[in-house]
Design a protein around this ligand. Structure first.
Ligand code: SF4
Length: 94
């Protein structure tokens, strides 16, 4: 799964959690004690890649500044980078 260059933070869909592909899976998979376990990360990314609400989940996590866990297939570090890019882009177009 690739992490998008830009995330549409205007994603306003509600109730997206009801469609989550991770629903019913062990929460610890998505909130690991370390985000450096590549085997676990590969598994969660695979689940997220097949998730119908991946974009909404990722946008929510970035917008609400979730500081732990894998959201939309992205680690905390990746989401921080995406947020920086989004802010830079927003500054350029305003
Ligand atoms: S993108 Fe991943 S973490 Fe987000 S709801 Fe879907 S499966 Fe769960």
């Amino acid at each position: 799964m690739s992490i998008p260059e830009q995330v549409d933070l205007r994603e306003t869909r509600t109730g997206w959690r009801l469609e989550a592909a991770c629903s019913g899976l062990d929460t610890n998979l998505f909130f690991p004690s370390t985000e450096d376990d590549q085997v676990q990360l590969a598994f969660t990314r695979q689940v997220c890649a097949s998730c119908p609400v991946q974009q909404a989940c990722l946008a929510y996590a970035i917008e609400s500044r979730q500081t732990v866990g894998i959201w939309g297939g992205a680690t905390t570090r990746e989401r921080r980078r995406l947020r920086r890019r989004w802010l830079e882009h927003a500054r350029r177009v305003s």
